[in-house]
Design a protein around this ligand. Structure first.
Ligand code: NAP
Length: 795
C-alpha cells in the first residue's frame, strides 16, 4: 500500500508523447514498487503542482526542433529561467531527470540538460544521476536500466526500507546482478561527467578538456568574468561532456546486445539460426525477468443503429499538433507531378497546394505539417487480423477509460475522438506502423495461446532478450501487423491496440515556393519512401505519408501541371483536400539583406527550401538592388534522371539570381579520378572562393538534407576548406570545436561580445555560427535537417 511517505512528484514534458509514455510507465511501475507517483505534465505549472513545495521529483523531458523544449514546457522553462530567482530557490528539492533526444542532431537532449543544470544552479540536488536516452540508438537502451535503478534510489530518498515489491515478475531466478550493473554504469558515467565538468572557457572558446587533472586546474583558474558567464553557457559545455558519456554508455549497451544476439550458434553438430520467432541459447535456456504487464485502462462501447459522419470530425479530436503555429486548415491539391525519370533510384513528387483558404502565410524556409492517413488496405488487414468484422469496424463507438481500471492516473488518449468508428480511429489517429514497444509485447504475451510463441514474445520483451528485440524488431522497424503475423496464436482485443498505438504524427515538408512568386500557393517536394520486404516485414511498403500522397494524387500525376491548374481553376474533376498547418521556424530564413552573400548546399530533395529562397529573391531584386554572391551546391545521382528543378535552376543562373550553380552527379562516372561525387567534393574544388566568401564576405551558409551523413560531411568539408585556404590564422582548437560542438560557438557568439573579441585575441579572425536544425524525424524516415552557418567576423 502506498502512503504519503512513499509519494513523489513525477513530471513529464512531451512533444510527441514519448516522454509522457515513459512517465506513465514509471507511474505504473511505481505502484508495483509500493511507491506513489503523482504524475503531472510540466505544462500544468502553478495549476496542478508546485515544485517550490516538493522535496522529491522525477522529471522526464524530451527535446524538440533546434534543441528547444516541447511546446508544453516553454512556460515552465521561462519561469525557472528568471534571473531574479535566488540561488537557493530550489534548495529543498531532490530530483532526477531522464532526458530524451536524438544524437544525430546537435544539442542532444538540450532541454533536459538545460532544465537539469538550472535546477541544480538553483540549489536542487540529484538523488539519482540524470540519464540521457538517445532515439538514434533506441531510447530503451538508456531508459530501461535508468528506470530499473530508479526504485532503490527513490526508496533511499524517501527513507523507505529497501526492496518493496519486486521490479520484475520473475519467471525464474531474476538476474539482479545485471540489473545492478546497469545502474552502476549510469552512476559511473555521471560521476565521470561531474569530474570532467570543466571546460576551458578562456577567450570564450570551447576547448574541451579531456584530461581530468587539467580540468580541475582549469576550474580553479576561472576568473570572475568566467564565473559570471551565463548559466546557459555552463549548460552548453556541461552537455557536451555528458554527451560523450552517454555515447560511451550507449556503445557499451549496444556491444552487450550484439553479444547477446549472435544470429547463428553451433550446438553440437547443428547450426541454429536465430530469427524473430526463434531464439538461441543462452537466451532460449535462460530464466527471464519479465517486465510488469501494463495495466489495462481503455474501454470501447459500440452504439447500435447510430450514424456518424466521421469526415466532419475535427482532425484527431482537435488535439494540437507539435510545433504548430496555427490550427489545422484544409488545402486543395492543385497539381502533382513526378520530377524524376522512370529509371531513377528514387521517385520524387512535386505537389502544389492552394492555401488561399488558410488564415496564415509563410516565408521561404518555413515548413508545414501534413496530416496523413494510414493506407486503407493496411487498416483492413489489421482489422481482419484482430478479428474485427467490417460491420463492427464501421459501427459508431465511444472510447472511454475503463471504470474499474487499476492504472494510476489513467489518461484517455486525447487524439482519439471520444465518439468515432474503429476504422476512422485507426486510419486517421493512430500510428499503426510504429515499432511496438516492449510494454506492448509484454501485453501481447497475455493473449498468446501457443506456449512456444508465448515464450518467444516473453524473451523479446524481457531484459535478457534486449539484443533480440533490437535486432529482430527495432532495427528492421517492424510494426504490429508484422509481429502478429509472426505469432499467429496471439489474438489481442482491439482495446489493447488502442492503448498501445501512439498518435499518428503529421509529417513536415519545406516550402519549395515563395508567397511573393506564387501567392496563395505552397509547393513541396518529396521522395516516395520505399520499405522493401525484409526479414520480419511481411510485405514491401511505402512511407506512410509519401505513399498516401502518391496514391491520392495519381490522377493528377497523369496530366501536366499546367493542365492540372487549369482543371482546378475551372473546377473540373474532384477536388482533393488535405489537412495542413504551418510549423514554427525560428532559424531557417534567408537574411533579409540581399547584399549578404549566400551559400546554399542542398543535395536531393534538400534543395526544396532553396528553390523557395531563390524564387523569393527573384521577386525582391530590382535593377538597383545590391545583391551578394548567391551560390547553390546541388547533388544528385544522374544528370538525366534526378536533377531536380534543372530548368528552373539554369534559368535562375542565366538571369543572375543565382551567381553560381555547382552540381555533382554521384553515379555519372563519379569513380573517375578527381571527379566530384558529392556536394562536399565540390565545396573542396571551390575551396578558395568559398573560404573568401565566408571569411571575408561574411557569407551565410545553409545546408539542407540528410542529417546522418551529408550534413556531417559538409561540416567537415567546410572546416577543411577554411584550414586549407586560411591556414594558421585559424586556431586548431577553434576548428576542432566547430566540427565537434558547433552549437556552443553559436551561443557564445550570439550572447557575449567579450567571448567574441577574446576569440579574436586568440588569433582567430573568423568563427562560425553553426546550428543544426531539424524539422522532425518521422517514422517515414523523412528527416529534415538544416545546418546553418554564418561567418560572423570579417577578416
Ligand atoms: P538522396 O536522393 O538520397 O541523395 C541525393 C544525393 O546525395 C545523391 O546523389 C546521393 O548519392 C548523395 N549522397 C549520399 N550520401 C551523401 C553524403 N554523405 N554526402 C553528400 N551527398 C551524399 O537525397 P534525398 O532522399 O532527396 O534526401 C534529402 C534529405 O533531405 C532527406 O533526408 C529529406 O528528408 C531531407 N529534406 C527534405 C525536405 C523536403 O522538403 N522534402 C526538406 C528538407 C530536408 P549516392 O546515393 O549515389 O551515394
Amino acid at each position: 500500500m502506498s502512503s504519503d511517505k512513499s509519494r513523489f512528484l513525477l513530471l513529464y514534458g512531451s512533444q510527441t508523447g514519448q516522454a509522457q509514455g515513459i512517465a506513465e510507465e514509471i507511474a505504473d511501475r511505481a505502484t508495483e514498487q509500493g511507491l506513489m507517483a503523482e504524475l503531472r505534465c510540466l505544462g500544468l505549472t502553478e495549476k496542478r503542482f508546485y515544485l517550490e513545495r516538493e522535496t522529491c521529483a522525477v522529471i522526464i523531458v524530451s527535446t524538440t526542433g533546434d534543441g528547444e523544449p516541447p511546446d508544453t514546457v516553454l512556460k515552465f522553462m521561462r519561469r525557472i529561467r528568471k534571473k531574479t530567482l535566488p540561488s537557493n530557490y530550489m534548495e529543498h528539492l531532490n530530483f532526477t531527470l531522464l532526458g530524451l533526444g536524438d544524437s544525430n542532431y546537435t544539442n542532444f537532449c538540450k532541454c533536459g540538460k538545460t532544465l537539469d543544470a538550472r535546477l541544480r544552479q538553483l540549489g536542487a540536488t540529484h538523488f539519482y544521476p540524470a540519464g540521457w536516452a538517445d532515439d538514434a540508438t533506441g531510447l530503451e537502451i538508456i531508459a530501461d536500466p535508468w528506470i530499473n535503478g530508479l526504485w532503490d534510489a527513490l526508496r533511499r530518498q524517501l527513507n523507505l526500507p529497501p526492496g518493496g515489491t519486486s521490479i520484475e515478475n520473475d519467471l525464474g531466478n531474476t538476474d539482479k546482478t545485471n540489473i545492478n550493473s546497469d545502474v552502476e554504469k549510469i552512476a559511473m558515467n555521471n560521476r565521470n561527467s561531474s569530474k570532467t565538468d570543466a571546460t576551458n572557457t578562456q577567450c570564450g572558446l570551447e576547448v574541451h578538456v579531456e584530461n581530468k587533472e587539467d580540468a580541475h586546474v582549469e576550474k580553479s583558474n576561472r576568473n570572475t568574468e568566467n564565473m559570471s558567464r551565463t548559466w546557459e553557457a555552463d549548460i552548453m559545455s556541461d552537455s557536451h561532456i555528458s554527451n560523450k558519456c552517454v555515447g560511451d554508455m550507449a556503445q557499451d549497451a549496444i556491444g552487450d546486445m550484439k553479444k547477446d544476439a549472435n544470429s547463428i550458434r553451433k550446438i553440437g553438430n547443428n547450426a541454429l539460426t536465430g530469427s524473430l520467432v526463434q531464439s538461441l541459447p543462452p537466451l532460449s535456456e535462460s530464466d527471464l525477468s519479465l517486465p510488469m504487464c501494463p495495466t489495462r485502462y481503455l474501454s470501447i462501447t459500440y452504439h447500435e443503429d447510430e450514424s456518424l459522419d466521421v469526415d466532419s470530425l475535427p482532425p484527431q479530436n482537435g488535439c494540437q499538433f507539435p510545433s504548430a503555429r496555427a490550427d489545422v486548415s484544409m488545402a486543395t491539391i492543385v497539381s502533382a507531378s513526378r520530377m524524376t525519370r522512370q529509371d531513377a533510384v528514387k521517385t520524387t513528387l512535386k505537389v502544389e497546394l492552394d492555401i488561399s483558404a488558410c488564415d496564415w502565410t509563410y516565408e521561404p524556409g518555413d515548413s508545414v505539417g501534413i496530416l496523413c492517413h494510414n493506407s486503407a488496405e493496411e487498416v483492413d488487414k489489421l482489422l481482419d487480423r484482430l478479428d474485427v468484422s467490417a460491420e463492427l469496424a464501421n459501427k459508431v463507438c465511444s472510447f472511454s477509460v475503463l471504470c474499474d481500471t487499476k492504472k494510476r492516473n489513467p489518461t484517455f488518449p486525447n487524439f482519439l475522438d471520444p465518439r468515432s468508428t474503429l476504422r476512422h480511429a485507426l486510419t486517421t489517429c493512430c500510428e499503426i506502423r510504429t515499432v511496438p514497444k516492449k510494454g506492448f509485447l509484454r501485453t501481447l504475451v497475455e493473449f498468446c495461446d501457443d506456449p512456444a510463441q508465448k515464450r518467444r514474445l516473453q524473451e523479446l520483451c524481457c531484459k535478457q532478450g534486449a539484443g533480440d528485440y533490437t535486432k529482430y524488431i527495432r532495427e528492421p522497424a517492424l510494426c504490429l501487423q508484422d509481429v502478429l503475423a509472426a505469432f499467429p496464436s496471439c489474438s489481442p482485443p482491439i482495446e489493447i491496440v488502442f492503448e498501445h498505438l501512439p498518435r499518428l504524427q503529421a509529417r513536415a515538408y519545406s516550402a519549395a515556393s515563395s508567397p511573393l512568386a506564387t501567392p496563395g500557393r505552397f509547393t513541396f517536394v518529396f521522395n516516395i519512401v520505399d520499405l522493401p520486404q525484409c526479414s520480419g516485414r511481411i510485405e514491401p511498403r511505402h512511407g506512410v505519408c509519401t505513399g498516401w500522397l502518391d496514391k491520392l494524387t495519381r490522377s493528377l500525376q497523369a496530366v501536366t501541371p499546367d493542365l492540372c491548374t487549369e482543371m482546378s481553376q475551372l473546377n473540373l474533376g474532384e477536388s482533393i483536400q488535405i489537412g495542413i498547418y504551418p510549423r514554427t521556424n525560428l532559424h531557417f530564413h534567408a537574411p533579409a539583406d540581399l547584399a549578404v552573400p549566400l551559400i546554399m548546399i542542398g543535395p536531393g530533395t534538400g534543395v526544396a527550401p532553396f528553390i523557395g529562397f531563390l524564387m523569393h529573391r527573384q521577386k525582391l531584386i530590382s535593377s538597383d538592388t545590391k545583391v551578394g554572391e548567391t551560390w547553390l551546391f546541388f547533388g544528385c545521382r544522374h544528370a538525366d534522371r534526378d536533377f531536380l528543378y534543372r530548368t528552373e535552376l539554369e534559368e535562375l543562373q542565366s538571369n543572375g539570381v543565382l551567381s553560381k550553380l555547382v552540381v555533382s552527379f554521384s553515379r555519372d562516372g563519379a569513380t573517375e579520378q578527381g571527379k566530384p561525387r558529392y556536394v562536399q567534393d565540390n565545396l573542396a574544388c571551390h575551396g578558395a572562393e568559398v573560404a573568401t566568401l565566408l571569411c571575408q564576405g561574411g557569407a551565410t551558409v545553409f545546408v539542407c538534407g540528410d542529417a546522418k551523413h551529408m550534413a556531417k560531411d559538409v561540416n567537415d568539408a567546410i572546416v577543411s576548406v577554411i584550414q586549407k585556404h586560411r591556414g594558421n590564422t585559424y586556431s586548431t582548437h577553434l576548428l576542432a570545436s566547430v566540427t565537434k560542438y558547433p552549437m556552443s560557438i553559436v551561443k557564445r557568439g550570439q550572447s557575449s561580445h567579450s567571448a567574441r573579441s577574446k576569440s579574436l585575441t586568440y588569433g582567430c579572425r573568423c568563427f562560425f555560427y553553426i546550428c543544426l536544425w531539424f524539422c522532425t524525424l518521422f517514422p517515414d524516415m523523412l528527416s529534415c535537417t538544416f545546418l546553418r552557418i554564418i561567418g560572423l567576423c570579417k577578416g
